[in-house]
Design a protein around this ligand. Sequence first.
Ligand code: C2E
Ligand code: MG
Ligand code: MG
Length: 554
Amino acid sequence: MNQDFQEITVEQLSRVIDLLHPCMDDYLYVYDFINDFYYISPHAKKRFSIPDNTFHDVVRTHELFVYPSDIGMLQEDLNALLAGERSFHNLEYRWLDLERQPVWINCRGYVVRSKEKALYMVGCINEIGAKQKADNVSGLLGSSSLQSFLYKISAPFPSGFFLRLGLDDFKEINEKLGIEYGDMILRQTAECISKCISSEQKLYRVVADEFLILDFHGGTYKEAGRLYKTIQQQIVRFVESNHYEAVFTISGGILETEQITDHTFTNIMKLSEFSLNEAKRQGKNRCYRFHGKDYEQFLKRKKLTQFLRQAVYNDCRGFEAYFQPLFHAGTNMLYGAEALMRFHSPEGTMISPGEFIPILEETGLIIPVGRWMLQQSLAACKKIVAQIPDFRISINVSYVQVIKSDIINEIVSAAASQEVSPSNVIVELTESGLLESNPHFTRLLKKLKENGIRLALDDFGTGYSNFHYLNDLRPDIIKIDRSFTAKALANDYEYNLLDLISGMVHTLNLNVCVEGIETEEERNRIQNLSPDYIQGFYFGKPCPYQQFTEQFVK
Ligand code: C2E
Ligand code: MG
Ligand code: MG
């Protein structure tokens, strides 16, 4: 650079700064080494914790507004400049704003010398966040920077990957240890990740507690997996060095660029978000590799959720109640019917309850749909009871209905308003739901007994069947699930087990219903176990009310 600059005085430069500062957002400064004096654009006072825009004792005064852990780095750089090792200062570090929160800045300056002696440094400070949309918590570039970066790359993307990382249960850290502590964890996580990536990889903070690493240099899936592991270990090390004050883990979703067909920023965000969510859904603290098939499945489920919502909004249009007969095993006389829900999607297909019931439960929609189903079942029951007085309607109730709604009062009042006697009603609850020792269940069981409504324990033999519960709960009927029936029919050991179980259930004076009998041969073998009730395709498949009455009631 032209050494004539030594002719310009600090006073003159200060006046130029005064002249220019209304025209710019950045901050111009001059640092006079001879008089240990600093002058910065006056508007810096409105942004940073500086005592004034002019001050002496420059290094010590900097300690008042530079983020404490960055002071060492700044001093080192200044020493190198003063020692004449270089003349250009270019440092990214943090200043404290008026609320003493760190703000990432980039400070550049040129040192003017006279005969090797440093006279002053003149330069400019700009906020990285303001210019490049980086966030001040982690200092990383944000999603808008990623967006503009991707915008410049023409499709298809070079081979490589996106690795989206997210802290597991970060909300808990914020809640338990406070937002500032949470910010510290995010900063430390950003540092941990930064340490692990190569110079060719880019790192962005995409949302609150999520980061995205971009590798457009041929990184393979395996390399992405190794990178994730390294980051995971770095986090463990940090948690240890932080004396386990906050124990947390990180999950990752890998999206290989070859898998991407739609190269828009929005799509990248969607696919990478899906991948990270899958890792979390599969148990957290792990990495998931994007598969198109999983994503299709996810979209299908999302669409089904929308259909179900719409249907509920339209007075449950699309849902239908089916009825499957239950018979007395000894006499083959009709005992009752199990009410089973069906859903006709607007696309014209019938969806199986195995697919849509979990969604209804997850979204809470099972509460309004269950209410609707209850009305349908009781209305059907009322009509059938007129012909078969001891006909029983068996209604499936989900644990969500038990926990989140007043299901028992709903059943009792619906039965009353439909003029169905509670003794004609059976409530089916699954074993797994009941095992939760929850006050809601205790209340439900008590109320069922008080009102004379029978309880059937559904899905028996699919989980950890516990006989103590049978004695405690005293359900009226134990329903042997089809999967257990199928095993018993295929395997002698399971058959003997089922025999033993039904014997024990009978000693407790409870009844056994065997589900899933499909053939005559199966019926005969199951009959030998003396169940009380039987149900299965052999006797009748679930069907609409009209068909049910024609086939089984008339
Ligand atoms: P679940 O309560 O154990 O119902 C018995 C299931 O076994 C029914 O399946 C029925 O169609 C099927 N099934 C009966 N006999 C046979 C047979 O011989 N062979 C075969 N292969 N299957 C047989 P579905 O209707 O698909 O219902 C599945 C599950 O969805 C039900 O199992 C129940 O847990 C749930 N579900 C159905 N409707 C409702 C409802 O209204 N509310 C709630 N909460 N859950 C429901
Ligand atoms: Mg059932
Ligand atoms: Mg069942």
